[in-house]
Design a protein around this ligand. Sequence first.
Ligand SMILES: [Ca+2]
Ligand SMILES: [Zn+2]
Length: 365
Amino acid sequence: MKRTNLLFCISVIIMFIQGVTTVFAFDVCTTLLGYEMKWSTSSVKYWVNTAGGPTGSYSAITSAMDTWTNVDTSIFAFSYEGTSYITTNPNQSDGKNVVEFRSLAPLGFDQSLGISYIWSYVSTGEITETDIFLNTDYPLSTDMSPNAFDVQSMVTHEFGHSLCLDDLYNTGDSEKTMYWGISKGETKKRTLDQDDINGITYLYPGIPTDTLLLPIGQNSYFYPPVADPVKSINPAMAKPAGVGSVAFGGYFFNLHIALEQFSGPADIYGVYYLSSNPQIIFNLKPDLTFQAFFTQEIVQALATGQPPAGAVPWKHNVTGPIDEFPLGNIPLSSIPSGTYNLYLLVTPVGTLNTYYLWNTYFVVP
Ligand SMILES: [Ca+2]
Ligand SMILES: [Zn+2]
């Protein structure tokens, strides 16, 4: 293990021996000058490029992020930032933290399944960037195949390096995510051992108090029109959709959506229906056009936990915070009169089994 300004952490492929009982709880990275390496922020954004990876890599990688983010004794959170371009030169810092698939042979790591490049200041230990590369020269899978290496296990381990936890080499540590080796078909690194949890908690202690916890039940809230949203980590206090001056008798509708950061990735849906036509619900798409659904389809979706076929959330797989005016300032004279019922739905990614559902309205005379 080199402990230099540019620290390479390497996952290798096979573990050999069982039965040694001495256990190191966790190990943190240090610089040449002995400073512990860690981020100065508690939230780190990653770009993910699944090109070259097996089917299901996107969800495997974001699940690995969530595994660390969801430790409830640590304030640290990974967030998914989007799909990256392919890094041109892995040996150079480019300001983006990425996860990519590539052959590692050209980098001299042909014996490694995955590597993390970590840039930090030698004199302080502050991490400025990390990149994770998974080696396409080996069979990789996301479906627990016994003949391939499990992407989610590999990348959960590599995200541990990003934190910056070090490899554990003692065979007594073989059950831990930060154990250095992995075998084909092994999936136990997907979940954290208590010592892995202790590691992230040591580096980034604290209960996440500034985040809106993802819903664990089906929660609905109503509030009368407000011009601007009210952010709160208490969903019952939040008023995440403001409607502009129409809230107090003005002449404009200006949708303003604001939410605190979430404790994990979520989907956000925004829908409305007119009281004069409650059979049809309009769903706001990412391109800011609307798609129409029968209200019955939506009711069914909430009952079954499955989004209706073709339904696209306004925001997919986001961790917030959100503060946007998606539709701009719209004169009431340009839209049909009536009572507009607005709903904002926040769910864990891909499911409607649990949600926060806020409801408000505005009236166009
Ligand atoms: Ca980079
Ligand atoms: Zn490692």
